[in-house]
Write a protein that binds this ligand. Structure first.
Ligand code: ATP
Length: 321
């Protein structure tokens, strides 16, 4: 049975990661475990940036955005010799369990540590919602609300000047942020990698809208859907004669206090990760499916298809345009 457990955050930061760290630490201590944190993700494991903590360490962080443990990307972690340094550092502290909060890449790193003798559990923490084994990831709900807040504001000026605005949202090739925010904002068009719209149709739709009663339009675009959004909106303006702007929301989407929903999800995941380690599970990740907390082998989880938003895709054509 595990006795000493560490937690780290890795990959892109997401609101709610702190709430999850808090739940892991508090739940571990309640179960009689010694609890540790690792700073800067896998980089901190390799650099032995590992500290034992008490319950006060995680006081007053449930409402804070970002990650107090910092995050990092360490491509060299793919190299077994680099991971061996991390495993040796954990051994020196007597740490036998590791909880890794992050996305798919973080999960692969965790699984590879499991294969080298460390008990690991992955928790999905990323605004992108691109982890197939979970209906939702920590940070997605907060990010979605931030996007809606931004689009509300952009709507005011777009309507006042009777323009068309293309708003690029994050998602790292996953269309969920675009799809969900587009529906929540009732925009004219949603363009994601899973839901592309041919250029000709985009132009025709905008002209039809301009010729109707509503003189302005909002279009949500997922990042990496257009190679160069600024160049594309120029083309739209030239071909349609409609004044068209591009707004890239950028990192504002990642920050801010986590929503109540993300705090609760993060807490559920954190508690469940400790339970999994206590029950002898390892090399797994946690998810929530149909409102139930589930555990998957990490490799099985990574092989799952991402089809959780199928029902929403079905309604897009009916409510937009
Ligand atoms: P996000 O979705 O926010 O980008 P992520 O966890 O997918 O989060 P990555 O940068 O892909 O972010 O992965 C985080 C870290 O996990 C990497 O910097 C690297 O240290 C480790 N990692 C990723 N892929 C592997 C791999 N194949 N083998 C070992 N470690 C890996």
């Amino acid at each position: 049975m595990v006795k000493k457990v560490a937690v780290l955050t890795s990959g892109g930061d997401a609101p709610g990661m702190n709430a999850c760290v808090r739940a892991v630490v508090r739940s571990g201590l309640k179960n009689g475990l010694d609890m540790y944190v690792v700073y800067e993700g896998y980089l901190g494991l390799v650099q032995d940036n590992i500290v034992q903590v008490d319950r006060n360490f995680v006081s007053d962080i449930i409402n804070r955005g970002g990650t107090i443990l910092k995050s990092a990307r360490l491509p060299e972690f793919k190299d077994e010799a680099v991971r061996k340094i991390a495993v040796d550092n954990l051994k020196r502290h007597g740490i036998d369990g590791l909880i890794c909060i992050g996305g798919d890449g973080t999960f692969i790193g965790a699984k590879k540590l499991t294969e080298m003798g460390v008990r690991t559990v992955g928790i999905p923490g990323t605004i992108d919602n691109d982890v197939a084994c979970s209906d939702e990831t920590i940070g997605f709900d907060t990010c979605l609300n931030t996007i809606c807040d931004c689009v509300d504001k952009i709507r005011d000026t777009t309507a006042s000047h009777q323009r068309c605005t293309f708003i690029e949202v994050m998602g790292n090739r996953c269309g969920d942020l675009g799809l969900y925010s587009g529906i929540a904002e009732g925009v004219e068009m949603i363009i994601t990698a899973d839901h592309p719209i041919p250029e000709e149709e985009i132009m025709k739709t905008l002209i039809r809208l301009r010729d109707g009663k509503k003189k302005h339009s909002l279009v949500i675009v997922s990042e990496k859907t257009f190679p160069d959004l600024q160049a594309f909106v120029k083309k739209v303006q030239q071909e349609t004669g409609i004044e068209t702007r591009a707004q890239v929301l950028g990192h504002i989407q990642r920050g801010g206090a986590p929503s109540a929903r993300d705090r609760i999800l993060a807490t559920q995941f954190g508690v469940s990760a400790i339970e999994a380690l206590l029950q002898g599970e390892s090399g797994i990740c946690i998810g929530i499916v149909n409102n139930k907390i589930v555990h998957y082998d990490i490799y099985e989880a990574l092989a799952l298809p991402r089809n959780k938003h199928f029902n929403l895709l079905r309604i897009v054509g009916l409510v937009n345009r």
